[in-house]
Design a protein around this ligand. Structure first.
Ligand code: PLP
Length: 230
């Protein structure tokens, strides 16, 4: 079932790329495996998929230890400063940086371990109270500040759109994130790239791709519903 789901999502990703006149290789489909067991992840790994997303540090570390070292782990959930030390050398990309204090912690930890880290800035485009992320207006000042940290490299922006049954209603947020990235790119800030746009989940990844997503984060559409009670 999981492999069939994955192929189905992959097909829709390819179709969305085509509609948007984009190359398939410019969009990464991240399989969001949070709450799901190792056996489920192995099914997807068997399809030669290497990009997986987790939202909790402990869960990511446990899975990282048990699975193929070639996996590119994406941390997509909120990151607390006291957890930075556990994941700094295990993640391919941290999608959820939304404060200078957190970035500074990443810098310190990178220095200690003599590594570098790639991050995205999480933007709360829809201004939902329940969500993490900086406001649209605060994004450029934050990017400028973080750009001065030599071991931390901003690669783009991330947003979590509101939960909705109607994917079209999120198009405006995806478009806004892309416009923001274009504006920031035009500033040509040293140590800052704006090429990556992490946006779109099971309910709206096709619309997100049409609006320029380079990373889509799909959990339920691949692994099925999550059960948080077990
Ligand atoms: C859980 C999660 C996803 C995946 O959500 P689905 O709706 O199951 O595809 C994507 N992004 C973030 C940040 C998440 O926490």
């Amino acid at each position: 079932m999981i492999q069939k789901n994955y192929r189905n999502v992959e097909l829709k990703v390819a179709e969305a790329c085509k509609r948007a006149g984009r190359k398939r290789e410019n969009v990464t489909l991240i399989a969001v495996s949070k709450t799901k067991p190792i056996s489920d992840i192995k099914e997807v790994l068997a399809l030669d998929v290497l990009d997986f997303g987790e939202n909790k540090v402990q869960e990511l570390c446990e899975k990282e230890e048990l699975l193929d070292k070639n996996i590119r782990w994406h941390l997509i959930g909120h990151l607390q400063r006291n957890k930075v030390k556990y994941i700094i050398d295990k993640t391919f990309l941290i999608h959820s940086v939304d404060s200078y204090r957190l970035a500074l912690q990443l810098e310190e930890e990178c220095c200690k371990k003599n590594v570098e880290c790639d991050i995205l800035i999480e933007v709360n485009v829809a201004e939902e109270d329940s969500k993490f992320g900086v406001t649209v207006d605060a994004t450029l000042p934050l990017v400028e500040e973080i750009s001065k940290l030599p071991h931390v490299h901003i690669k783009g922006l991330m947003t979590i759109a509101p939960y909705t049954e109607d994917a079209e209603s999120n198009r405006k947020y995806f478009r806004k994130l892309r416009e923001l990235a274009v504006d920031i790119m035009a500033k040509n800030i040293d140590n800052v790239s704006m090429h990556e746009l992490s946006m779109g989940m099971t309910g709206d990844y096709e619309v997100a791709i049409e609006e320029g997503a380079t990373l889509v984060r799909v959990g339920t559409g691949i692994f099925g519903e999550r059960n948080y009670n077990i």
